[in-house]
Every structure is written in structure tokens, then in C-alpha cells.
Design a protein around this ligand. Structure first.
Ligand SMILES: [Zn+2]
Length: 433
């Protein structure tokens, strides 16, 4: 067993319904076989377990590992394609890169970059938009398994309106998806996600094939995009003759195991439908800003009872850090004025951890530091004298410290990451004593 000592911050109670930040200083978590078995003051727990190894994380803050509910594996190398709206960005920036993943050697390099980017940002669980090429999807599952990252991913499918080399057909989509699910779903920490790119690029026959796969793989998730950009929405409505959420729902694809990214421009009936189905929405704030997609209507989602979590949307998003996404989410709500939902640092932490775990159906496993959860964690410990270090040293209280982490924190401040109690990047040897 291992005794992790430090200041632990988490959000077991939903701040959107009155929950407060849980902050315990000089506390300890007792971890055995990757699971938190006990928590309490360090002095007490150490007295009860004097023989156990102590990992001393004093002097920084320990947060639950982040849960990224929308991130594209093939796009790590095209982050920063600024200056284009969604459909032009896809044509000119994202999809040419996605086509390169037809080459398995290229895909392997991208998978390495991608998994390193996620873990380096303190992300320990992710719903990953895969590749259009099945061997590349194998590669990202394999790399995540090698590192220990908890991912849910799948084959991305499309059969119209995007470049030819990314298109498939319903039979091939069904066959390749089922084969991938057979190889990876439920193996270690991997799970399968049925992943049509978006209605714009998927015929009804292809969405029906997606429904077949979803029905054939118990516990699989469903993920796609929805209501991101006004032009995109017009095309989808023209092609499908219904609203965007219904274009998925009429195939039985919207349920409790569904996460749809963006939803920047939903109608009230769509929000009501998402709430009735128990589906989640991945809010991708930096992507929405960078592509000029719009300002996310969080208050309307809350009013309808739609679950919301956070996604980086790399590579339209501007990086892997959910600290940055949190800050951008906060800014977005500020810019909405009266229509915005005021967000505290506690809301941001909840959106980046607990809400994501719940949206992915992993709420009993990860997302906070309650006894019984897997110890997925990150230690925020900035370099001495950096603005974040100065800010944390002078923080008025833990909530204020958390605000500074969201305002100033970057992956460089994530000193160590653990998944199920195992260090993912090597911690400093002097920490173990
Ligand atoms: Zn996306």
C-alpha cells in the first residue's frame, strides 16, 4: 500500500446544485491496488499505517486526473490552425492530416504524440475521437494501453461530402467497427465508442450501421458532433430534414451512453430531447472561440437538465490542458453577460473531473478522491518563482488557489500523474521515502 500525502482538492458534490470544494490540507490517501482505501489527516493515517510507503506531495496541490470528453487523436500535429471557420478548417487543416493516418508508421508517431500530450496535461481519462483508418485506431488503443491511459475510442466513419480517401460504406464500417470493438472493448481500461464524424458526412444508411454496432457491443458509448457552426447546421438540416439532435436520435443513437460535442446553437426541443435521453454534451470552449463557432449556452443546458462536461477538442482546441479549457469556459460565460452562467473555480474543477467521469459512465470509478475510487491524480507543483508559484504561495484559501491554477496553469505545472496508483510519468525519486 502507499500513503499519498498532500493537499487534496476535489468536487464530490456537484457545485451546480450547491456542492462545495473539498480541500484537505496535510491529508493522506491510502491506496492499495490502485484504489483509495482510506482518507484522513496525514498524522492519523500514518500512525495507523506506519509501515506503508509515503509519497510526499506537500508544497503543491493534488487534483483528480482530468477527464477530457472530446479530443481527436489524429489532430495533435495540427493544433494552431487559426483563422478559419469549421468547414474550411476541416477541409484545409484537419482532414488532410487525418488522411495521413492511412500510413501505419505515421499513425504510430501521432499516437505517441497524442497520448503524451494528454497525460502531460494531467488528463487520465478521455473519450477519444479515433481515426477513419482501423489500423490507426488499433494504434491509439495500443499506445494508451502501454501508458495506462483510460480511453474510450473507436473508428470514425463517414460516407459523403468529405474527401474521398476518408470515406467508407455501411457494410465496411460495421465490419471494421465490430472487429475493433472485439479487440479492445473491455480490455484493460479501454472501451469502444461508436463514432460517426457528424451527420453532415454520414448518410442514414451509415448511421443505421452505427446503431447496429452500438446494439451489438454492450456498454459501448456513442459520440459525435452536434450544432457546432451555423453553416454546418444549415447543411445538416437540409440533408436530413430534421434538427441535428434528431438526426442521431431517430437511429436510436442518443442515450445515457452518448456524448455529443459542442452544441453551441441548440434549439429548446433539442435540449429537452438530450435531457430526456440522459445524454451528455462536451463543452469545448477554446475550439468554439478559435473557430468562431459561438458562445456556449451553458445556462440553457442547465435549465433543461442536460449534463455538461469539458472537452479540449484538440486540434481545433488550442491545447490539451483542461486548465486552459476551464479558463476559456469561464471567459465564455462572462462574455454572455446576463445570459451567461457564472462559473467559480469549483465549477471549473467539477466540469474537468467529476462531470466528465459521470458523462462517460465512469462516476463510480474516477473523478474525485472518495474512498473506493481509483487513484487517478495529478500533482500541480509549479517551478519556483513562476507567476503560478507566487500566486499559490499567496493564495487566500484553496478556492483562490484553484482560481490561480485555472488562470495561470499549464502542462508545465503538472509535475506528476498517476493512474490507478501507478505513476505515468516518472516522479522525482526523492519524493518516495
Ligand atoms: Zn471535435
Amino acid at each position: 500500500m502507499t500513503l499519498f500525502r498532500g493537499t487534496f482538492l476535489d468536487t464530490p458534490d456537484d457545485p451546480f446544485t450547491g456542492g462545495r470544494l473539498r480541500a484537505e490540507q496535510d491529508a493522506a490517501l491510502l491506496v492499495r491496488d490502485g484504489v483509495i482505501r482510506a482518507r484522513g489527516g496525514y498524522a492519523d493515517l500514518h500512525r495507523q499505517h506506519p509501515q506503508e510507503e509515503v509519497v510526499d506531495l506537500s508544497g503543491g496541490f493534488v487534483l483528480p486526473g482530468f477527464v477530457d470528453t472530446h479530443v481527436h487523436f489524429p489532430q495533435v500535429r495540427v493544433i494552431g490552425g487559426l483563422g478559419l471557420p469549421l468547414l474550411d478548417w476541416l477541409d484545409q487543416c484537419a482532414l488532410p492530416e487525418e488522411a495521413r493516418l492511412a500510413d501505419p508508421a505515421y499513425a504510430k508517431g501521432v499516437a505517441t504524440d497524442f497520448v503524451r500530450g494528454l497525460v502531460g496535461a494531467g488528463t487520465t481519462t478521455a473519450l477519444v475521437f479515433g481515426s477513419h483508418f482501423a489500423p490507426a485506431v488499433d494504434t491509439v488503443f495500443a499506445e494508451a494501453a502501454r501508458v495506462g491511459l483510460r480511453i474510450t475510442s473507436g473508428l470514425v466513419v463517414s460516407d459523403r461530402l468529405i474527401r474521398d480517401d476518408l470515406l467508407t460504406d455501411p457494410d465496411r464500417a460495421r465490419e471494421e467497427s465490430l472487429a475493433l470493438a472485439d479487440r479492445w472493448h473491455g480490455i484493460g481500461r479501454a472501451r469502444y465508442a461508436v463514432t460517426p464524424r457528424f451527420t453532415l458526412s454520414c448518410t442514414d444508411d451509415l448511421l443505421a450501421a452505427c446503431a447496429d454496432v452500438l446494439g451489438a457491443v454492450p456498454g459501448a458509448m456513442f459520440t459525435s458532433h452536434v450544432n457546432e457552426n451555423s453553416r454546418e447546421i444549415e447543411v445538416v438540416e437540409e440533408l436530413s430534414g430534421c434538427d441535428y439532435v434528431t438526426s442521431y436520435d431517430r437511429h436510436g443513437l442518443v442515450g445515457a451512453g452518448t456524448v455529443l460535442a459542442h452544441n453551441v446553437h441548440p434549439t429548446d426541443p433539442e435540449l429537452a430531447l438530450l435531457a430526456a435521453r440522459g445524454a451528455g454534451v462536451a463543452h469545448c470552449a477554446s475550439s468554439n472561440a478559435a473557430l468562431g463557432s459561438g458562445l456556449f449556452p451553458l445556462a440553457r443546458h442547465r435549465a433543461h437538465g442536460v449534463r455538461v462536461a469539458m472537452g479540449s477538442d484538440v486540434g481545433a482546441g488550442t491545447g490539451f490542458s483542461l486548465l486552459k479549457e476551464g479558463l476559456q469556459a469561464y471567459v465564455t460565460q462572462q462574455l454572455l453577460g446576463e445570459a451567461g452562467h457564472p462559473l467559480t473555480p469549483t465549477h471549473l474543477l467539477h466540469l474537468a473531473t467529476r462531470a466528465g467521469a459521470e458523462a462517460l459512465g465512469l462516476g463510480s470509478a474516477v473523478g474525485d478522491f472518495c474512498v473506493g475510487r481509483r487513484f487517478d491524480a495529478q500533482w500541480i507543483k509549479p517551478a519556483p518563482s513562476t507567476p503560478l508559484d507566487v500566486g499559490l504561495t499567496h493564495a487566500a484559501d484553496p478556492t483562490n488557489a484553484l482560481a490561480k491554477m485555472f488562470a495561470l496553469g499549464t502542462p508545465a505545472d503538472v509535475r506528476s500523474v498517476w493512474i490507478e496508483g501507478e505513476p505515468v510519468n516518472t516522479p522525482d525519486p526523492h519524493l518516495v521515502g
